[in-house]
Design a protein around this ligand. Sequence first.
Ligand SMILES: [Fe+2]
Ligand SMILES: [Fe+2]
Length: 306
Amino acid sequence: MFTLAHISDLHLGPLPKAESWNAYFSKRAIGYLSWRLRRRKIHDPRVLAALTEDITRHAPDHVALTGDLVNIALPGEFHNAATWLKGFGNADWITLVPGNHDAYVGVGWEKGMGLWADYMTGEMRMPGARHSVENAAIFPFVRQRRNIALIGTSTALPQSLRRAGGSLGREQIEALAHILGELRQKGFYRILLIHHPPLPGQAHDRKALSDSTHLKQVLEHEGVELVLHGHNHVHMRTDLKTRHGTAHIVGVSSGSALAHKGMPPAAWHLYRIRRQDGEWLNETIVRTWNQSTQAFETEAEFVLTN
Ligand SMILES: [Fe+2]
Ligand SMILES: [Fe+2]
């Protein structure tokens, strides 16, 4: 049995002060206003603290975090998020992939996502898998935990003013095809981590993954047991038929949100994965924030087989 917690879209606050007003030019000015007027009331540090407590109490073997740690990509936000990560757990225990807010505007690797590199580095060597921590070209990477393989990808690219989309790019998708094929042959339970919902039509156009059609072809061809994503801030669950069984695609709500305007409160997912009678069995629970009891509670349970 291997247990995995999935969290996403923490949107850590409060926003730190920028080093200079120059930082608020560009897209950040809009993002800053959006945070002050709306988002800071939605993403509640007390909810996030309760979430980390609830996960710690369940003591999962591993944690997957699918991006949007920060909001407008200020250097201070990357620094704060690195401190938060260290406080929650070490890089062996948490696997991270970035989201569009982590690339809200272009930030140099060393002052930006590079501060989180330990959490985004793979150790499994195979064609297509990256290992370097020196620059942004560290995706896709592969980590092995017993007979589970975690594949980390990045869809995080700076977007124009009104867009929150993302792309994997041809190189990453082709590498992914090699990786999924090799891991399948070796008998691993393959978990793909990606910030954006991976299939066409799963997000509004301006928020969507631009190369979802290409990715879907690769998933159908090579198979994958589980795809975990965030971005939409709602629980989502879809099955995709592949040449190698069913791929389960599951999105999790934001890890820090209060319920607002039809959007659900924070949640996290706990996967219990085991091999039984030659089949993969994955028992999943959804732990959701209950505002009246001020605690996370099990809202749903389901079993995934491939
Ligand atoms: Fe988000
Ligand atoms: Fe996002």
